[in-house]
Design a protein around this ligand. Structure first.
Ligand code: SF4
Ligand code: SF4
Length: 201
């Protein structure tokens, strides 16, 4: 079995000098520059074989300022947040947190791969939790299908019907009692500067 190694010449003109400083400002991303490119993170990552850039490459591209290459990569959306890379990194770099920040930035800049459902799901999930403190699965699935693949959704009508009949899909949005407190908590933990996992406004 052989491997195909993708080699692309990168030019300094493609870089965004403000990108690495922007990511380093985020919580958990402070040690971006400390990476020694040992590749441990890529070696332990269970999903790196499916990624277009390994975690090590994502760190390198990010600190070098290749904003578009990173934000359009499937790596940040395939990451399963297992934290294996983070606990194995010899330089204590919080790679998973860096990937979270890259997701936030990709959503904010609408730079994720076209038609890719995971960013759309992440965005809708966040909006729902932000507004109601809970998610309503039926609403979430419908929104996802409308925004990504409505035909696939129509083909699943039988499954949807079964879920409605079994009570798994409801049509009343779920909500916590005191939504005002939730907003206050989110403000306190830094939603205003985009550091708590939600998209920056
Ligand atoms: S394990 Fe840490 S130091 Fe090694 S390449 Fe990954 S981020 Fe860099
Ligand atoms: S947290 Fe993400 S990048 Fe790190 S090892 Fe797990 S899947 Fe790979």
């Amino acid at each position: 079995m052989g491997f195909t190694v993708r080699q692309t010449i990168k030019y300094e003109a493609e870089t965004d000098p403000g990108f690495a400083p922007l990511i380093k400002e985020k919580r958990g991303c402070e040690k971006l520059e400390a990476c020694i490119q040992c590749g441990t993170c890529s070696g332990v990552c269970p999903l790196s074989i499916y990624m277009d850039h390994t975690p090590r490459q994502v760190i390198l591209l990010t600190r070098s300022g290749f904003r578009d290459e990173v934000l359009k990569s499937n790596t940040i959306w395939l990451c399963a947040s297992c934290y294996e890379c983070t606990v194995s990194c010899p330089k204590d770099i919080k790679i998973t947190d860096i990937i979270y920040s890259l997701k936030q930035e990709a959503i904010r800049a609408r730079a994720y791969p076209r038609g890719f459902p995971i960013p759309v799901l992440a965005k809708e999930f966040y909006k729902m939790v932000r507004g109601f403190g809970r998610t309503t699965e039926s609403f979430l699935v419908v929104k996802l299908l409308l925004k990504t693949n409505i035909l696939a959704g129509l083909k699943m009508w039988k499954l949807g019907l079964q879920l409605v009949k079994s009570g798994r899909f409801g049509f009343v949005p779920e909500s916590i009692k005191n939504r005002g407190q939730l907003q206050q908590i989110l403000e306190r933990v830094g939603e205003g500067n985009g550091t708590n996992g939600g998209p920056k406004k």
